[in-house]
Design a protein around this ligand. Sequence first.
Ligand code: SF4
Length: 570
Amino acid sequence: MSDSNYTGQIEAYLGDEAVAMGALHGGINAAYGYPGTPSTEIMEYLMAQCGKYGDVRARWCANEKTALEAALGTSFAGRRAVVTMKHVGLNVAADPFINGSLLGIQGGLVIAAADDPGMHSSQNEQDSRFYASFAMIPCLEPRNQQEAYDMTRDAFDISEYFHVPVMIRLTTRLAHARSAVVLKPAREQNPCVKMKDKTEWMLLPVFARRNYSRLIEKQEGLAAWSEVYPVNRLELEGRDTGFAVITSGLGGNYYEENLDDLTALRGKVPARLHIGAYPLPVNAVRKLCQNAGQVIVIEEGQPFIEEKLRGILPPNVKIAGKLKNFDGKRPGPVVRTGELDPDNVRAALELPPLPNILSFINNKDAQASLDSILPKIPNRPPQLCAGCPHGDSYAVIKKVAEELDPVPNHPSVAITSDIGCYSLGAGPPWQAIESIVCMGASVGMARGAAEAGIPYTAAVIGDSTFLHSGITGLLDAVSFNTPMTLIILDNSIVAMTGCQETIVPSAKLRGLILGLGVAPEHLVELEAKKQLVEENAALLKKEMEYRGLSVVIFRRECLEAARKRLKAGS
Ligand code: SF4
């Protein structure tokens, strides 16, 4: 599957861009996605480049579920598609993702999921490899931009060979770092050909049972493929086989940065297996550890490999990683949360800190002189842009909450919220919101809190998040005329991820909400403006006091979007 037919053309790509180019050169007909750090740049690059590749569509969708469903339709028509999302987006797409593994995938289908260890811009550190394992599909984990390009191309071939979706798992540092990539010629697109056997795509129980059995049968072939896929590299020749190392993803790079020192410390290069493709190459793992007393696992994310090893290796092989140390005690030597880096991998390998750092740390004079010349930079938590419309909306929301219940912490008021720039309303000076859980959760939570008895309940959500998954929560509230207020902060853009266009423009939002059944007299549209705080507060208060469902839209364009629009001359 892996062809080495390079053209010699070299380009510098972000990891995300390398995935985009791998998809374009892999012959995609369509790309669908929802923005989310660190995956956004895959689709942005696809949108910028797809015009050069003929009949290729690259489109943002309402959410990750609708994006994956559109890609399933492309595969159904025999053509190749890529879907892009961040790791938590995979939760939203979980239904078609898991069921997709049971279908007779025809056109290659690749899911590019970008994980965010360290939670730079995310609400958790979940590791997408678990999802691939749960769905019983292959997962490819590149460790550099070249692999991101090559493996994305390979992923389409693997998908069509085994008739399953394939996941490409990226992490933040790879997604956002730039490096040289040698390109291969672009592949032709598949023709549009529907499958002859329609039952392959019908998960009626009778067909789903058959397809599930087939998926289980495919596991043997996938396991055999994983053993020979060249990225899964076993290094035994001339190595110290008593001490084994398993690396994956970026962990492999950080390990190699420390390898000379580790070799000097131990007197010999340890035996090693680098894993970049799953299912786990079990035979390679057993071969690596056949003489090993100890094995250490260096993997980015959650302890996915480490957990699986405990069922593969005999108890006399001591395993260390994120969970446990060689003595079986917790915690393990590899950092359990956040990102790996060369220093914490070095520490996990029991290497001393690098000499220059060590000498600096121990040298108080050097420290003092450095302190004296470095400017004192205060800690600056993230903040809304100065003049952001959300600030003017929060001034209103905070004022109304205080008026409705002057008791500190306002026990009679609940303000749930969501994910976007407006999440910063949690911090000073607003401290206006009380929950941030997952995309769209503010609406359902407000409904639950209102029905549980909190008298003045409001959900604060951005226009894009509302369209992503707040809309179904509003349908629930409409059906019971729940006494709550949905506050939509409409800035006409997906601001937090770099100003992508929303799926429904602001001008159509009113009609959409009325169409869901919200009473026109309780759909109020306000301009988010400093000069209108008093006036807007009176109107919001009236709606929050109404004992039924109301929707209040605060509207003003995001400043960053306006800047980009003016720069583009529109
Ligand atoms: S990018 Fe736009 S929405 Fe986000 S804080 Fe800045 S002005 Fe506000």
